[in-house]
Each structure stands twice: as structure tokens, then as C-alpha cells.
Design a protein around this ligand. Sequence first.
Ligand SMILES: Cc1ncc(COP(=O)(O)O)c(C=O)c1O
Length: 369
Amino acid sequence: METSKHIFYYNLDRFFNIHRKTISDIFTDAMKDGQYLQGNETNELEKKLAGFTNRNHTITCGSGTDALFFALKSLAINGDDEILVPAFSFISTATAITRAGATPIFTDIDPGNGLMDLNDAKHKITSKTKAILFVDLYGNMPDGNTLETFAKTHKLYLIEDAAQAIGSERDGKKAGSLGDISIFSFDPTKPIHAFGTGGAILTDDKKIADYCKAARQNGKNPKTGQYDQFGINSRISESQTALIHWQLKTIDSQLSKRKTLANHYKSKLKNLPLETMVSEQFHYTGNFHKFVIQTKHRDVLKQLLAKHGIETRIHYGKCLYEHRVLSDYHSHCPNAETLANEVLSLPFYPELSIAEIDYICEHIKHYYS
Ligand SMILES: Cc1ncc(COP(=O)(O)O)c(C=O)c1O
């Protein structure tokens, strides 16, 4: 077995170097008319994203974190409200709720795919519950009809945190199309990314869209120029919206590369005593945002891979309520706690080579042999 490689968890400079000329041209074109914010590139991207997800409106903003915050604010969520949210996600899924002044109520997850367990959610509904903030974890999508019916039955707003899920689809429903509002993130770790931060809000409701358009510009109504509502400064530059737009046009080839690599990982790891939490099940397609394995030996395996130059990450090593910043909302969600102890994200990006995956898998197999 070869022992002297270094395999990064992310390798964005590979992406840049492969597409250097295209990216330079995109930036030059986007900058040449001197409009750096909210010009044609942003308008075009917003139209394209709306078409891509079958939504009526898309509003880009500075990050997925801000997109979640704007989504909650646009629904007039406030201090008396409780929001159902999975206990296992990125921190800002929950801190967006506390930032809006409301209370996160943590629900357990389905151990097979990491998605919110609606049975647990149902038991946690009270007269104060106003919304469900559902996360398409690792790009895995729920059954959209069941989720939307659940929200309607209990008269709750449904916000879809699709930060990790652009390009995923299940039973004809795209990530970004579920419920009242969806959000995307374009941070550099996402399948479609800015060279910096970026996010988007997607909705069919014009009032929500108008609220968010003003919210991203310090509350300025883009039509009247008046400051009539709450807002902060949260926009993406034209060069970045152009870069995101180009990636969206070529998303199919990127998804197919991700699928090939994920299948290769799966075939190499089959028969080992570990689970792969990969986002494709037979009746839907995921975007393969991450390649996550689940094993009771997570910490030892992580150390062993590091010794062989293989960087891995943990998404996520704590349930949300275990973070100090959220300790006022403590809960107990056994499935989420198990995953927090057992998940390990392996290097995964379209520019990863088959030989590198073979190298990683050889070391994993060696551990179990
Ligand atoms: C599930 C989830 N929600 C929200 C966010 C926040 O997005 P951003 O990093 O663009 O603020 C992320 C980003 O990592 C995420 O993974």
C-alpha cells in the first residue's frame, strides 16, 4: 500500500486551476460595466434559480445564514414563537431562530438519513409552535408531499433549509421548492459556490419576496427607495453571482461526477461494518453534497487516516443543543446523539481522483482487517 500521499478534505484550488481561464473571463465580463452589486448578473441568477426550483421568486443575499434569518423575519416570527428544528445540523440552522428572537425546539432525526423525525416533531408541537425548519442534511431530501401535508395539517409554516441540497430531487420535487420558503448556501464548501459567502431565499409568495429584497439592503424598498422596514446589508457581488450562475448552468456534469465518485466509494467500502449515509435511494436522486460514513470506531479511524495523510471532517460532532451558545434549549435526542459520535466525512469533490478514493478505501479496509 502506498503511504506518502496527502489528500485534502476540500481542494478548491483544483477547481480554480481547472477552470482558471473560464473563471477569469466570467469575472472580467461581470466587472466591465462598473456595476458591482445588484446588476444584471444578480437579476439573471435570480431568474435562473427560480426556474431551476420552480419557484416564483428568488432573492440572493450575503449567506445561507442570513437567508434563514430573513426567512424567519419575513414570517413575522418573534419572541413568543417556537420553531421545530432537527437537533443535528450546522449551527446557523438553530442560531437563525434565536437571532430572530424565537425558541428552537429540537427534534430527533431518522438514523438512516439524518432527516427530521416527524413523529418526534409531532409530539413537540404546542400552541406556540409557528413553523418547522426542515434541513435537507447532506443533500438528502424528505418525501416532500408528506412533509408539506404535515405542516399544513398542523397549521405551521414550513421553511426548507436546503443549504446543502442544491441539485437534489425526490419524486419530481427539487430541493429549494418545499414549503413556504427555502434557502440555499453558496459558501465555498457547497456543490455550487462563491469565492466567498452567498445565499438565496426562494419562495412563491410575493410579500415574502418583497420583504427579503428590502431586508438585504438595510430595509430599503427597491421601488420607492424608502426605508420602511427592518434590514441589514447582505448582498453578493456581481462577480460572484456570475460565477454561481455559470456553475448552475453546468450543474448536471458536476452532479454526474459526484455520483460516479460516490458509487466508487460505495463499491470499495461494501462488506465493511460501516454505513454510508449517501444521498441516493432508489426512487430519488441526491446531489452527493458530502460522502459521510457512520461507524462506532469513528475517532480511531479518523486518527488512522490522518496518519496516512488523509484529511477527514466531522459533520457534526455535537447535537445543536450541546453547543454552549444553545445551552438554554437543552434537549435529549438519542438518534442525533449517536450520529454525532459516529459520523465521519471523507474527502469528496468532483476533482478527487479514483486513485485517491482507492487509496483512502485501502486504508479503511486495512483498519477493519
Ligand atoms: C444546513 C446548513 N444550514 C445553513 C448553513 C449556512 O450557510 P452559510 O454558510 O452560507 O451561511 C449551512 C452552511 O454550512 C448549512 O450546511
